[in-house]
Design a binder for this molecule. Structure first.
Ligand code: FAD
Ligand code: SF4
Length: 508
């Protein structure tokens, strides 16, 4: 039968069993659509990254002998909408059946179900063959449990996929080496150059601009550097193993103005678009470590592998267990507008100006910048989680809702009331100061809670606890903070300082 198979922009898995053999009755459909450029204002590098990766993927399929139907954004025949395109192609080109890979986004999952219900031909969905587990695995795994502990899930993945195991025991006798992964970077000379793939994207950029797509952030159109093919992605992975893994764990939480990428892998876009599979990434890293154990300690490797088969896989399971309700959650009832300077980086707070400016320029920030700088401030200031989601979903090259919203509403904002995390990730200036050099370049004083030049994080931190007492005081991991707050002589003064900062938040 003549078959139309849809490939979404984040389904660029060349190892999928669909492609095991070429069949001239099967056509693969890829679409650049306004529907996808419009649901949030994306970073320009994200739009370019996806379109370029899709184009490379389509060319590869064609050269492997598959039939491909590709619609660029400026194609006059492009209806810019998934339903219109599928319905039109099926009827005009006489397909007997329609097939798609299960999308990772709830929005697209619903849309595709609706489309299939309306189609005049039979349809079928298949797995993406990307993740370690099926969509519903985590929900079943924790069935009947109130909390979904990441660590429990992670250990199961280690066992099921035999990663860093010696028989039924974890290698070197411990499952988790997180406590060893918390250093600030003190020596610039340790830094390594990232593996970039600079290329000109001038024509693609012109097409996007001409179409009037609203984007955020900046781009150097002569040297767009993200990997946009499987071959490039594999080079980034090799570079990580050979140059960065050795210090990954040590400096995973470091905050510095010296370098945007540090020892991070820059693999999130390659994995989220499925050019690389999570299992191949961790297997390669494990194998590299085994050959180089004298130079690379287990804490570096375990820390990295946990992020992928632990956190990444876990977040995806949470998403399917809790959507669509998750997208509405607002445990603290926060409703403040996001300050305008989140879109420009223009604030006197160095940690924020640096992390935001870097995000606008690179479409990238590492985990601790997202969690303990921008996310921390947003939570302390009580920003509306809907506005926060729009920001994180737009600004990062790796931002796709299943992994963005679980990290943002869940891990970072505790808007889920404690599904993903056991307590909110908040801190005063103390943490940011300890992790790097932001504070030494700042207009504010990290040592001051009140008065002229006091760091806003210090008073907002206590304001957050004070205003959410009814929701947090009973949490056994937090009670201590309230005892400290209640003993403080300057408590009223600190809360007043926070109120003052919140009133003039646009000017901070
Ligand atoms: P590395 O530090 O090299 O880590 C390796 C890989 O581990 C990453 O590529 C990623 O695939 C995975 N990983 C690490 N931490 C997490 C995590 N918490 N959840 C899921 N996977 C993880 N990640 C996204 O891929 N897309 C997002 O939209 C996204 N939004 C986030 C929003 C907030 C508020 C926070 C706190 C985190 C978010 N993350 C997101 C997780 C993490 O920050 C990024 O995956 C990471 O910074 C990507 O850079 P890297 O590839 O260099 O990561
Ligand atoms: Fe950020 Fe406060 Fe440090 Fe300034 S002093 S960099 S605002 S934590």
């Amino acid at each position: 039968p003549k078959t139309l198979r849809l490939i979404l922009g984040d389904q660029l898995n060349s190892k999928h069993s669909w492609f095991d053999e070429s069949n001239l009755d099967v056509t693969y459909l890829l679409l650049e659509m306004r529907q996808e450029t419009e649901y949030v204002a994306h970073h320009i590098q994200k739009v370019i990254g996806f379109f370029l990766a899709m184009r490379n993927f389509a060319s590869q399929l064609e050269s492997d002998g598959h039939q491909v139907c590709y619609f660029s954004l400026d194609d006059p025949e492009n209806e810019q909408d998934l339903e219109k395109m599928i319905v039109k192609l099926v009827s005009e080109r006489g397909y007997d059946q329609f097939e798609y890979q299960l999308p990772d986004e709830y929005r697209l999952d619903q849309q595709l179900k609706d489309i299939c219900a309306k189609l005049s031909v039979p349809s079928r969905s298949v797995d993406t063959e990307h993740f370690l587990t099926e969509r519903g695995f985590l929900k079943d795994f924790f069935s009947g449990k109130k909390t979904y502990l990441m660590e429990t899930f992670y250990r199961q993945m280690r066992k099921d996929f035999d990663i860093l195991m010696e028989g039924s025991e974890p290698v070197e006798g411990k499952w988790n080496f997180d406590a060893e992964n918390r250093s600030a970077l003190k020596d610039k000379r340790l830094l390594r150059k990232p593996k970039l793939h600079p290329k000109s994207v001038k024509e693609l950029l012109e097409m996007i601009e001409k179409a009037g797509v609203k984007t955020i952030g900046t781009i150097d159109s002569e040297s767009f550097h993200w990997p946009t093919s499987r071959a490039e992605s594999l080079e980034v992975l090799d570079h990580f193993c050979e140059n960065l893994l050795v210090h990954f764990g040590d400096y995973q939480d470091a905050l510095t103005t010296w370098d945007p990428f540090l020892f991070h892998s820059r693999l999130s876009f390659a994995m989220n678009s499925k050019m690389l599979s999570p299992l191949e990434v961790v297997k390669k890293v494990e194998a590299y470590w085994k050959e180089n154990q004298s130079e690379i300690s287990i804490s570096q490797v375990e820390g990295f592998i946990r992020q992928i088969i632990g956190w990444r896989e876990y977040m995806r399971g949470i998403y399917w267990a809790k959507m669509p309700d998750f997208a509405e959650m607002n445990f603290f009832g926060h409703d403040r507008k996001l300050p305008e300077w989140f879109w420009t980086g223009k604030t006197k707070m160095k940690c924020l100006s640096h992390s935001i400016t870097q995000s606008l320029e690179q479409a990238y920030a590492h985990h601790i910048q997202r969690l303990m700088v921008t996310g921390n401030f947003m939570l302390l200031a009580g920003i509306d989680p809907d506005e926060i989601d729009q920001w994180y979903l737009g600004i990062y090259i790796d931002a796709i809702e299943w992994v963005e919203i679980t990290n943002t509403r869940g891990m970072s904002q505790f808007a889920d009331g404690g599904i993903v995390g056991t307590k909110p990730y908040v801190s005063s200036a103390n943490y940011i100061k300890k992790q790097g050099n932001y504070c030494s370049h700042c207009a504010y004083d990290p040592g001051k809670k009140t008065g002229e030049g006091a760091c806003p994080f210090n008073s907002l931190y206590w304001h957050f606890y004070d205003r959410n007492r009814d929701k947090l005081e009973k949490n056994p991991r937090i009670g201590m903070a309230y005892r400290t707050l209640d003993k403080m002589k300057s408590k009223e003064e600190i809360l007043e300082q926070a109120e003052k900062y919140l009133k003039e938040i646009e000017k901070l």
